[in-house]
Ligand binder design. Structure first.
Ligand code: CDP
Length: 806
């Protein structure tokens, strides 16, 4: 080796592998406006579809007359439920084991429900014709309150299953009841409450919100009558699931369906499910023999495609006088809207909600969830979180703060006292989840030190005294949240979708010149997969990340996978990528041994090459081995260098974080000014710190939006009063606070590279942190719980209720 020979460290740096702040390769096209989204697609002869929607939240559909719409020049066809019945597609199965109307069949059950689908030569004609469809409605009583859904005289939402006593998840108690799901030990928990020294009980409501991706849901369907093949381009977070479900629904053989998800402008759970727009576009293409495009507008997106949350959680904690938690109990009513189209793993009607014991060592706990029907849009997706995890995190983090107030303890001190200790990992929670790894106390301490927690509390005390003396009208709040996520759905023993185990996949092919391609079953919607998967391969195979192309979203070329949501890409497909690399590396090692005329065991790996142990001058680089794999393999070995891995994770991963928010509330205007927001995340091995930071910034911005303003609100007649971005809070750079990010690193012991998911964490931890901060500002005045969202008006109302306006 001479002085010019790069060292191992220098060679490793050049690869831009795990740990490198590699610039996002996809941004080259995104920042130049050169992305390729569904609505960029223009096919010869393409038609456009648009929906006539119901103005009523609940009404009988007495008559639909499409004559005038069909007569408008440029209109090619109009579909109604009657048309769809001829192909048996008036209703479609949901992911949750229910059925859902594709177009209104006899009744409408929520405002803006799809009633007719107009297909025209251009978008504008379709839109005009939508208004010419004449529908005669007879209004019915409306219920949008889930707590009233099971009252004896509540309006019957689903007449089609009124008398069915069995649902997809067991017995139904009422005609508006969907399921009851329970977990934990009820008797032991009740006993813990009986002998508790201190208890708290609070109705904690996580309102209905809606993921708000910049790009709405859309598709182009093109049916080739000659080949009997369907090509469907769409905004799909899970393209293979769409193909399988599409085949089951349409009876088109699966190999004749080609699903392609091009660039996607944000998903956040909104683009997991199957919507009427997809079915109607497909049927329209079959009927007309031409490609058909369907693109939602913003109002349609906010009011009809999958909502999130709407969990009404009566949460109780039992504890000792000195603040040790002894039990947790939670009874939840989950509002699933008019159809149960919740996107969860099949066996989990309330998702992973039983992560509700959070980061604390609860000896016993019990949850019971009742799902109910109301006159609201269906859905129930994990809006930037794992299935129902952010609901659980909000409930436990608010409840811990309420307990701290009752005990007159500092909320951080109460958390320190109850956090699961390092030596307890792997830790089995009262609900049976095995938390893979964690080191919670140093994380919270680091967060507290970073913000100067003690000093903040002193300052707050002084401000409270000044407020009482009438010297200021501002209240200071310090919000603390410590969360544990459960991501990486999932182990097949726990998770499947319609019977398909929730594994994921990676297929890697190395070309002769040492470059390659990796195809995966996941699908990026802005998370930077093209950048980060290549980094895993760079480190595993010793090939520069720049030499690896990443491809997702085409079901013809990608190996089968369950898609991207709930931070599952890194825990599952990231693991599959590493495992596929290891198969390739094992073959490369045999080729190296053959070329160097040594035994396999005499070789050791060094960054980008196999070298002879004790003789490092004799080596073969991975690039040389790639070339050799196409012309110099040992006798009897297949040529080529490729591998596929379908990874069924042995467990979920459990990222965690400690967040602190400092804010000031003006009690006369309700305005809240975020002074600081500090977020410490631990996602195990960090693949790309810059991408992680971007994920945290984005997730915190969404958490800020949810906590401080977002709500899909219905009036008592079922009208959505927040149907556009005029009323639905989407923060811009002006309102968004400045984020301070930090980290600790506690690798996952079961993941091949020790990585846990991260994309959802900031939403899971951020929402309760903001909420705790607002509540913290008011609690010295006797307030127990102010519900989200904390917009100016509601905050002003909270101040008013406390008598602060004279
Ligand atoms: O499934 P999804 O892509 O939404 O979430 P994720 O697995 O948390 O990954 C989000 C992005 O963060 C991806 O580009 C990951 O590669 C990256 N990431 C990382 O760099 N290190 C981690 N430990 C986890 C995620």
């Amino acid at each position: 080796m001479n002085d010019q020979t790069p060292t191992s460290v220098e060679r490793a740096e050049k690869l831009e592998g795990i740990g490198c702040k590699r610039k996002r390769v996809e941004d080259i096209r995104f920042v130049q406006g050169k992305g390729n989204y569904v609505d960029d697609l223009k096919l010869p002869g393409m038609l456009y579809g648009d929906f006539t929607r119901s103005p009523h939240a609940h009404a009988r559909v007495k008559k639909i007359d499409t004559t005038k719409a069909a007569a408008l020049p440029g209109v090619v066809a109009v579909l109604t439920a009657e048309t769809l019945k001829t192909v048996n597609l008036a209703w479609m199965p949901t992911l949750a084991g229910d059925v859902q109307m594709v177009l209104a069949d006899g009744k409408v059950l929520f405002q803006n429900q799809e009633v007719a689908f107009v297909i025209a030569e251009d978008r504008y004609t379709a839109s005009d014709a939508v208004d010419l469809v004449e529908v005669e409605y007879e209004a019915l009583p409306v219920n949008v309150d889930p707590l009233k859904a099971m009252e004896p005289n509540a309006p019957v939402i689903r007449e089609d299953i009124k008398d069915k006593t069995d649902g997809a998840h067991g017995k139904r108690k009422h005609y508006n009841h969907i399921f009851n799901w329970q977990a934990g030990d009820k008797d032991a928990t009740d006993a813990a409450f009986k002998k508790a020294e201190v208890t708290i009980k609070e109705m904690i409501v996580y309102p209905r919100v809606h993921p708000c991706p910049l790009e709405t849901c859309q598709c182009v369907a093109s049916f080739d009558k000659i080949k009997g093949e369907l090509t469907l381009w769409g905004t799909f977070q899970a393209p293979h699931v769409i193909r399988t479900v599409g085949s089951l629904i349409s009876k088109i053989p699966e190999h004749k369906i080609h699903v392609i998800a091009p660039d996607i402008g944000g998903g956040f759970g909104n683009k997991v499910g199957a919507y009427s727009g997809y079915i109607c576009a497909i049927v329209a293409s079959i009927v007309t023999g031409r490609p058909v495009k369907w693109v939602e507008d913003r109002i349609e997106n906010l009011t009809t495609t999958a909502f999130a949350r709407d969990f009404h959680m009566m949460t109780e904690i039992a504890a000792t006088k000195d603040g040790k938690v002894t039990g947790l109990r939670c009874y939840t009513v989950a509002d699933h809207g008019a159809f149960d189209a919740c996107a969860n793993a099949t066996k989990w009607p309330a998702g992973l909600f039983s992560i509700i014991t959070g980061s604390y060592d609860f000896p016993t706990a019990h949850v019971s969830v009742d799902g109910v029907y109301t006159n609201k849009a269906p859905g129930g997706v994990a809006y930037r979180c794992s299935f129902r995890v952010t609901e659980a995190a909000y409930a436990i983090e608010r409840a811990m703060d309420i307990l701290a107030t009752k005990l007159n303890m500092d909320p951080a001190e109460l958390r320190m006292k109850n956090l699961i200790r390092k030596e307890q990992f792997p830790y089995t929670s009262a609900f049976g989840w095995e938390y893979d790894s964690g080191d919670y106390h140093p994380a919270l301490q680091k967060a507290m030190d970073a913000v100067g927690y003690k000093k903040l509390r002193e300052e707050q005390k002084k401000k409270q005294e000044a407020f009482k003396r009438g010297e200021t009208r501002e209240l200071m709040g310090v919000g603390v949240a410590f969360f544990t996520e459960i991501v990486g759905a999932g182990p097949s023993r726990a998770c499947d979708i319609l019977g398909i185990a929730m594994f994921d996949s990676a297929e890697i092919r190395i070309h002769p010149t040492g470059t390659g391609i990796c195809r995966l079953g996941t699908k990026s919607q802005g998370q930077g997969h093209e950048t980060t998967y290549a980094q895993i391969i760079a480190t595993e195979l010793g090939l520069p990340a720049d030499n690896i192309a990443i491809e997702e979203g085409n079901t013809d070329t990608a190996p089968y996978g369950l898609g991207t949501y709930g931070s599952r890409s890194t825990p599952v497909s990231g693991a599959a990528t590493a495992m596929a690399c290891r198969k390739i590396k094992a073959k490369a090692q045999m080729i190296a041994a053959y070329m160097l005329e040594v035994h396999d065991d005499d070789l050791e790996w060094d960054v980008d090459r196999f070298r002879v142990k004790g003789n490092p001058e004799r080596f073969k680089t991975m690039t040389e081995l790639a070339w050799a794999s196409y012309n110099k393999v040992p006798p009897g070995m297949e040529p080529g260098l490729e591998a596929v891995n379908y990874y069924d994770p042995p467990n979920f991963t459990f990222p965690f974080g400690a967040y602190i928010c400092i804010l000031d509330v003006d009690v006369d205007t309700g305005e809240t000014k975020i002074r600081r927001f500090y977020a410490l995340d631990d996602c195990g091995t960090r693949i790309n710190p810059m991408v992680i930071e971007g994920q945290i910034h984005g997730g915190l911005t969404e958490a800020f939006a949810i906590a401080m303003g977002q709500e899909i609100h219905y009036d008592e007649n079922g009208n959505v009063t927040t149907a556009s971005l005029l009323d639905y809070f989407l923060p811009t750079a002006v309102e968004t606070p400045k984020w301070e990010t930090d980290w600790t690193t506690t690798p996952s012991p079961h993941h091949p590279i020790g990585a846990k998911g991260v994309g959802e964490s900031p939403n899971v931890g951020g929402v309760p942190c903001f909420a705790n901060a607002v509540n913290d500002a008011f609690k010295f005045l006797g307030s127990t719980h102010i519900a989200m969202p904390h917009d100016h008006w509601r905050t002003w109302m909270a101040a008013d209720k406390l008598g602060l306006h004279g």
